[in-house]
Design a protein around this ligand. Structure first.
Ligand SMILES: C[S@@+](CC[C@H](N)C(=O)[O-])C[C@H]1O[C@@H](n2cnc3c(N)ncnc32)[C@H](O)[C@@H]1O
Length: 386
């Protein structure tokens, strides 16, 4: 298997280099309207925004900022395949302008714009960020009525273009089965509240780049990509920043395209992409180790799960996990271009062969040295001790 990741310096509002209906999944986080760190980038794209902010006209500035994002969402609609999903991480803003404190609800404004492009909203996820904010209470302290609720969550909106995607061809069906996630992962990933993902350090050490990246955690992008696409798919991030989505796509065997308007972030993204082979290995090993731990606990409490995974031999809960396979990156080539960078990666089953020999050794131990290990067939019950 091979993938290509392409990071382009350019605007999400005119993605000329991305063909119509060529993308399977969008994972992104735009600049957040009315959050002060993004004012300059909005003003650089529409100077009326600066005037409205200076005059304390918060609602007008909010509307203009979203009109800029609307153009990007229109482009997303053009490039996404029918049945493709868009996952948009967005936080609402709280801000005082002209002495007036209020909430600017970015998530509802974005949700409202997508049905106009033929999208259906699916259940969204609340990402409850773990913060140690020293100043949790805002407003009038202990006195009613002017104290404000502290905002510590963001949204991951999930939108689908048209009707549900179908998998018709045999090769695609196999890729889908190999892209399965573990039953116990599903129970956490498909919960509507994510408590377990911490925000990342956004300080940028590269002196040419701006001070803060606005990056989301790699785990967030990786999880969404595993949940809503299959290996070999094309994942797009129209607001790519430091390239987190592209790295997560690379680490999970997906192709990707990213657009980023701020070219000072390119070296940061490139260094991140170079680390993808190590990241893929770590993610794969961690997922496999967690699964083995889960099997041990499950077996002790309820007996062994019913099915066996074909590649690794270990027990799995459902028939759908029998062909689940995590690929390591075995080779990577990075080609800088005038307008960005392209990465080509090859994948192999190193993890697979290590796992299989571990299982075989284990089986030998159980049945005695020299004896033939038991054959693990699909749909058979697994009685191996882990
Ligand atoms: C919230 S950050 C995304 C960070 C990214 N998820 C990461 O992990 O690094 C939003 C990014 O959108 C970029 N941006 C703003 N307007 C843009 C536009 N019109 N086209 C492309 N990128 C844009 C900003 O420079 C910023 O890097």
């Amino acid at each position: 298997m091979e993938t290509t990741s392409r990071l382009i310096c350019g605007s999400a509002r005119s993605m000329d280099k991305v063909p119509d209906t060529s993308v399977d999944l969008i994972v992104t986080s735009p600049p957040y309207p009315m959050v002060a760190m993004w004012d300059d980038i909005f003003v650089s794209q529409d100077d009326r925004i600066g005037d409205r902010l200076a005059r304390g006209e918060g609602r007008a500035a909010f509307d203009l900022m979203h009109q800029l994002l609307d153009t990007a969402w229109e482009e997303c609609s053009r490039v996404l395949k029918p049945g493709g999903l868009a996952c948009i991480n967005i936080g609402d803003a709280t801000r005082t302008l002209d002495g007036d404190f209020q909430l600017y609800s970015n998530h509802s404004r974005i949700l409202g714009c997508f049905p106009g492009h033929g999208f259906a909203a699916l259940p969204d996820i609340i990402w409850r960020k773990q913060t140690n904010a020293p100043n949790k209470f805002m407003g009038s302290g202990m006195l009613p009525v002017g104290a404000y609720v502290t905002y510590e969550h963001e949204y991951i909106l999930v939108l689908r273009k048209g009707r549900r995607r179908k998998f018709d061809h045999a090769a695609e069906k196999l890729r889908r089965r190999e892209s399965a996630f573990f039953w116990e992962e599903r129970n956490v990933w498909f919960s509507d509240m994510w408590f377990d993902i911490k925000g990342v350090d956004q300080r940028l050490v590269d002196t040419a780049a701006r001070e803060r990246s606005g990056a989301f955690p790699l785990e967030l992008a990786y999880r969404l990509i595993c949940m809503f696409s299959i290996k070999g798919d094309v994942v797009l991030d129209p607001f790519a920043g430091t390239g987190t989505t592209l790295v997560a796509a690379l680490a999970s065997g997906r192709n990707s395209i990213g657009l980023e308007i701020d070219d000072t972030l390119l070296p940061v993204a490139r260094t991140f992409l170079e680390a993808a082979p190590r990241i893929a290995r770590e993610y794969n090993q961690r997922r496999l180790a967690r699964h083995r731990d889960w099997v041990r606990t499950r077996t002790a409490e309820h007996g062994p799960p019913k099915y066996a995974n074909r590649h690794y031999g270990f027990p799995v809960m459902t028939a759908q996990e029998q062909e689940l396979l995590l690929d390591d990156i075995t080779g990577i080539g990075i080609a800088p271009q005038t307008d960005g960078v392209t990465v080509r990666a090859q994948y192999g089953g190193e993890a697979r062969s290590e796992e299989i020999s571990a299982i075989k050794d284990n089986a030998h131990r159980l049945v005695g040295v020299g004896a033939k290990p038991p054959v693990i067939k699909q749909n058979t019950q697994v009685r191996l001790q882990l």
